[in-house]
Write a protein that binds this ligand. Sequence first.
Ligand code: XUL
Length: 489
Amino acid sequence: MAEHPDRRCCLGWDFSTQQVKVVAVDTKLDVIYEDSVHFDRDLPEFRTQGGVHIHKDRLTVTSPVLMWVKALDVILEKMKASGFDFSQVLALSGAGQQHGSVYWKVGAGLTLKNLSPESSLHQQLQMCFSISDCPVWMDSSTSAQCRQLEATLGGAQALCRLTGSRAYERFTGNQIAKIYQQNPEAYSQTERISLVSSFAASLFLGSYSPIDYSDGSGMNLLQIQDKVWSQACLGACAPHLEEKLGLPALPCSVLGAISSYYVQRYGFSPECKVVAFTGDNPASLAGMKLEEGDIAVSLGTSDTLFLWLREPTPALEGHIFCNPVDPRHYMALLCFKNGSLMREKIRDESASGSWSDFSKALRSTEMGNGGNLGFYFDVMEITPEMTGRHRFNIENQEVAAFPRDVEIRALIEGQFMAKRIHAESLGYQVMPKTKILATGGASHNTDILQVLADVFGASVYVTDTANSACVGSAYRAFHARRDKRTVSQ
Ligand code: XUL
């Protein structure tokens, strides 16, 4: 099929918590098309809130797997109706919310291979899953399995040296262990377990996609240095797990050509390549074009930080993942629960609810805050697990209160110092070329960003990450096509 040089593109997909999104990026890396399907709004029959079901125990959080399948049908039909020219797609890749898992029933692989272009994916895959409600990253119901895994591996430190993280409730190995313990029949009827990312790639490939090293690092199962499943972790979680997971694959590897289903139903070229999908955070690292030494900080309801690392030192707080772009390197991810809500509370208490007074306080106090330091965790923090407000003066004595301006600087300096200290304990070092990319609500306040720049001694740039996982996936598709990394299936 003739390729029109100016219309050729790669697709980047994002299967996130609340929606499925797609962008088409042309050969100049400009976004030429975008679309989305919002689960609550566009697929109300699944009755999700924010894309999930929160169960009665408040700890179990799941999403219906058929909702994700149907969302793909709907978005492809929307693209077709809008006249999108599928024949120009050179390659596609994508991202998925991290940690969520999909359970394919015995025989599903065969159904995937023999999809008929006459009907939708949703119709054909209805009977293909042994678990209809998939655990997602918001689930925190597996504390017992976490303690079990750490105990088997010789403690939290040993597990985090091996897999990049201590045991976390949302990490997939612990979720699989819970399913095996509570629903052994469904587990034994499962022929393949995918992450959300590799599940989505499988839909395009028409066969099971491997899990890539980067998203695979969010499972408490992968030895992140050697890039192989840890036999000790697998054994601690469930029997016959290795065969259900398949071999993990290099990020950005070309998995094969798109299934003939898409060629016949939508007019994709049979040459269109499917490139391994990865987690949304790794995909965003690619989308924001981070390089070694760079940091991305999302200052939202909670604060998230991710960075590119060469030599990680896994620590009890935070996560180390294999790097999604350069397989010799790593990335770190840190989540802080007390982000914007805490900043808003202190704004209300110490700046009469005004961001402009809050900024004035930052400008009228000095860098270092005269030695006054504070930690503010109104909700139980996860990095570290701790609660309460703790203030220390220059003599390192705990004090009950600070003057208003000092309180405001103590909060912001404290939040950013915690980010730097935790990043450094994971092996991060600020480099002369380090740039910090800030996104999210608080990134619009230049006085807050000045403190961020001062704490890290680096330049801060404001960026919009709304599409970074999608766009990053399209970049990875281009990158992989050039690189020609392939996987034997
Ligand atoms: C990362 C995590 C979340 C999800 C959101 O560890 O749990 O950021 O990836 O989609």
